[in-house]
Ligand binder design. Sequence first.
Ligand code: DNO
Length: 345
Amino acid sequence: MKMTFRWYGENDPVTLDKIRQIPKMTGIVSAVYDVKAGEVRSEESIDKIKKQAYENGLEFEVVESVPVHEEIKLGGEKADILIDNYCENIKRLSKAGVKCICYNFMPVFDWLRSELEHMQPDGANALAYDDKTVLSLNPLESELSLPGWDESYTKEELKDLLLRYKELGSERLWKNLEKFLKKVIPVAEECGVNMAIHPDDPPWGIFGLPRIITCEENLERFLNIVDSKANGLTFCTGSLGASKDNDLPRMAKKFAKRIHFAHLRNILITSDRCFEEVAHPTECGSLDMFNIVKSLVDNGFDGYVRPDHGRMIWGEKGKYGYGLYDRALGATYLLGLFEAVEKNK
Ligand code: DNO
């Protein structure tokens, strides 16, 4: 297991010299941020991240993300060219030493929350999700903005995309995912890169858009499309865990060898389809972090781990979910869990 930390590049208020001081931190999880989805990243821009990381005693082996262009997910006319570009990105990243690429297949929006600064009893603030609020939002009018969202669309483009996805439905989204995997996974295999799909967050449809990477059955279906180690998962506990139907220790056990990247964070489910993000330890939320880690370790998980969204504490201001302090506390807590589980094996 290697503990890593997400870094949003030079504009990230959390700097590399701070990240390197978190005990046992091996590397950063980052990406080239100034290119659009679908474009090929220049070798210089990839090498620059690697250099910055190495100068700070950190590795750069995990990319999050190489976003999948909407036309690939929609099976549009340009899908073939865009998939070729995607393969080229894999080749270039592997040349720079990247071993794992995290991506998702969520239509239009990445992760979604309805509240960005939910006050908690101890004065921390955190991200929260309430389905009723989300159902009342019009995505064309909403002011919400989260790291990870592509905000380059005009209102008209967004309207058009939402309509096309509604017509597409989930079975055709699966078909388009299959086409993508059948071209991309052989390239990843050849390059020694593990692809790790991120589950849909939250794991149910929003704004009438289909979402398919949501539960045990669908993860299994996904893995069987191309039965190769290179076709793997990002096991994001906060995403999958928002649905009470997902038994995370059981899923960790079943999929451990195909999990290349684990986002380990806790959430507190307050009612059906309603949750808030909390500190990482088991006692702070609804997820059994100890048993999740134990299941991973006992069943042969040997991938990258990162703490995930943190609360804003100690007066910190920054990217929602991606401040320094609470994620650093999360990292050390997770390292403690891993050490305990591994020594007791
Ligand atoms: C949220 C992140 C996601 C993730 C992408 C991967 O905090 O985990 O935005 O990076 O879904 O493509």
